[in-house]
Ligand binder design. Structure first.
Ligand code: SF4
Ligand code: SF4
Ligand code: SF4
Length: 316
């Protein structure tokens, strides 16, 4: 990982010094261990602020789309790069203004899982290859990174950037999975009542803070339907029907566009696995259209495409 950080800084320095980009969006260390956060730097003097570790789980494509019209560089894991592709296809980013610093990825760690495995307050986090070391006020923990991976990273089959201008490390071997959707299969196997109960339980603690929406690169509407007041599509309070309406509608907006980056789950303060909604739609998009989001800069998502040759009658 050290090599990758040095390479990212070297590339960023070069781009900023030559004036090829106005800013570089990457990750910086936070003020507490494991709390890396997005940062944008505009001066070559600041490149040492950039870092990259297995705690950089948020999706930087979310920030790139907010810089329309500027020449920017973005540090991109496999999933971030796929959301950048989606943004380019959906005209949210101009490819000519975007420089992608691709980072082949071996997965991000789940900070909640680590916090649950460690007693006391975490005071340090280090990684050495496939091993992580966590220190706390009460103990030292050494664990295989594999055992504390974010759930979405377990199922990720596109760890290498789908699109990049330069790579900050060697390409990694992609995972080959017999079944990339066992979690969705388990929910599908429930009867109607069981599925309803599952989703009622899933969202029961949602406080509608919208952190999941705000962390997601797909949610870029200037006014989200939940914030619209004229007309008001959905109530603003904690009524369960309103909570569910938010989740169901947001999920459908993500259909065929979600890259399963897990940023929504990482951002949720209530530990809600928001991906339970989008995973089903990812599975359907794959099985019905052979589609995985963000892999092809020349194609629009299936629910955004019309063809007069469509074999299904409903379209005619
Ligand atoms: S989803 Fe894939 S590319 Fe994204 S952080 Fe996880 S392993 Fe890396
Ligand atoms: S819905 Fe969640 S997993 Fe999908 S792209 Fe948005 S943040 Fe990533
Ligand atoms: S981040 Fe969590 S609590 Fe906040 S709206 Fe999303 S699911 Fe609900």
């Amino acid at each position: 990982m050290e090599t990758c950080i040095e390479k990212i800084r070297e590339i960023a320095k070069d781009l900023l010094e030559k004036g090829e980009v106005e800013k570089v969006i990457g990750f910086a260390e936070g003020t507490i261990p494991m709390a890396t956060s997005p940062v944008s730097i505009t001066s070559a003097d600041d490149v040492d602020r950039l870092t990259f570790t297995s705690t950089c789980g948020l999706n930087l494509a979310n920030y790139a789309a907010k810089e329309k019209g500027k020449k920017i560089a973005v540090v991109a894991k496999g999933c971030d790069s796929r959301n950048l592709v989606t943004h380019i296809v959906e005209n949210q980013i101009d490819r000519d203004n975007l420089y992608i610093i691709g980072v082949p990825c071996t997965g991000m760690v789940d900070k909640v899982k680590i916090a649950a495995a460690v007693e006391g307050e975490i005071t340090g986090f280090e990684e050495d290859g496939d091993t992580i070391k966590v220190t706390s006020t009460l103990q030292n923990l050494t664990a295989a990174k594999e055992d504390v991976l974010k759930d979405n990273c377990r199922y990720c089959t596109h760890r290498n950037p789908a699109l990049y201008d330069v790579l900050a490390g060697d390409l990694v071997e992609e995972q080959e999975l017999d079944n990339p959707f066992p979690d969705v299969d388990a929910i599908e196997a429930l009867d109607d009542e069981g599925r309803w109960a599952h989703f009622q339980e899933l969202t029961k603690n949602c406080i509608r803070c919208y952190a999941c929406r705000n962390a997601c690169p797909l949610c870029y509407c200037p006014t989200c339907f939940v914030d619209e007041s004229g007309p008001q599509w959905v109530g603003k309070g904690q009524n369960k029907t309103d909570v569910d309406t938010f989740h169901f509608l947001r999920a459908f907006h993500c259909a065929g566009r979600c890259t399963d980056c897990g940023a929504c789950v990482e951002a949720c303060p209530m530990g809600i696995n928001v991906r339970d909604f989008t995973r089903k739609l990812n599975k359907d998009a794959f099985e019905m259209f052979g589609w995985e989001a963000g892999l092809d800069i020349t194609k629009r998502p299936p629910l955004d495409a019309y063809s007069p040759d469509d074999p299904n009658d409903f379209i005619k």
